[in-house]
Design a protein around this ligand. Structure first.
Ligand SMILES: *[C@@H]1O[C@H](CO)[C@@H](O)[C@H](O)[C@H]1NC(C)=O
Ligand SMILES: *[C@@H]1O[C@H](CO)[C@@H](O)[C@H](O)[C@H]1NC(C)=O
Length: 216
């Protein structure tokens, strides 16, 4: 009996110690009082359960490669999130297909709300992520069937180092993982970040910063 009570207390204590606010599903959510002009969390209401069908939990087409010729980095991510698969709402997962041309790159980026678990289906992919300061790099070359996890929020990349196309699939721990592509966020923000800020932060001449801003 005593044992049961102690176990119960320990379980409760563990729950309390690890308790925290649920992670946000969007970058911010400003509080308002008038619900008429409110957008609900992640912009999704729940469908009346009596009207739900199997198709609400279904998505078709992840066999089709994304278009890798259309962009400079020569990679493409096809994301199946709650916008494409409504049944994902509130479930905390999504799925992505990643296609790479030879030497195609999914450039350094982070998912502010999501851990990513990647499996290689075709090709050879160099992957890595960097920890928060002091910025240790963990990197690995992945081949067919290899799996790698990118912890939530950390900057990571995937680079096809093979001479053929590469394909990977990734599970993400959010219905809407979002992405911040580092170079675009820093050099391509709208409006642009002040030139002096970027020159000083990246130890660059202002004309180099201007050049980089033009690329994004
Ligand atoms: C919202 O309601 C709270 C509590 O009644 C009040 O203190 C606050 O001033 C209100 N905010 C706005 C923007 O009306
Ligand atoms: C990725 O591929 C899709 C489907 O072909 C295409 O609509 C989209 O524009 C591509 N994205 C990029 C960034 O090239």
């Amino acid at each position: 009996m005593m044992k049961v009570v102690i176990v119960a207390i320990l379980a409760l204590a563990t729950t309390l110690v690890s308790a925290y606010d649920p992670s946000p599903l969007q970058d911010f959510c400003v509080a308002i009082n008038n619900t008429d002009s409110a957008v609900f969390v992640n912009g999704k209401f729940c469908k009346d359960p009596t009207l739900v069908t199997a198709n609400d939990f279904f998505f078709s087409g992840l066999n089709i490669p994304g278009n890798i010729a259309a962009n400079k980095v020569e990679s493409n991510v096809t994301l199946v999130n709650v916008d494409k698969l409504p049944g994902l709402n509130t479930l905390g997962v999504s799925l992505a297909r990643l296609d790479f041309a030879p030497y195609g790159l999914n450039p350094p980026h982070t998912h502010p709300h999501s851990t990513e678990l990647l499996v290689v289906i075709e090709g050879t992919i160099l992957v890595g992520f960097v920890t928060s300061n002091p910025n240790k790099l963990f990197t690995k070359v992945l081949n067919l069937g290899d799996v790698f996890v990118f912890p939530i929020g950390l900057i990571h990349f995937q680079f096809n180092i093979g001479q053929t196309n590469a394909v990977a699939f990734a599970g993400l721990s959010s219905q809407n993982p979002r992405v911040i592509t580092i170079a675009n966020a820093v050099f391509g923000s709208n409006p642009p970040i002040n030139l002096d800020v970027l020159a000083k932060a990246f130890l660059l001449d202002k004309n180099v910063v201007e050049y980089l801003q033009k690329q994004f």
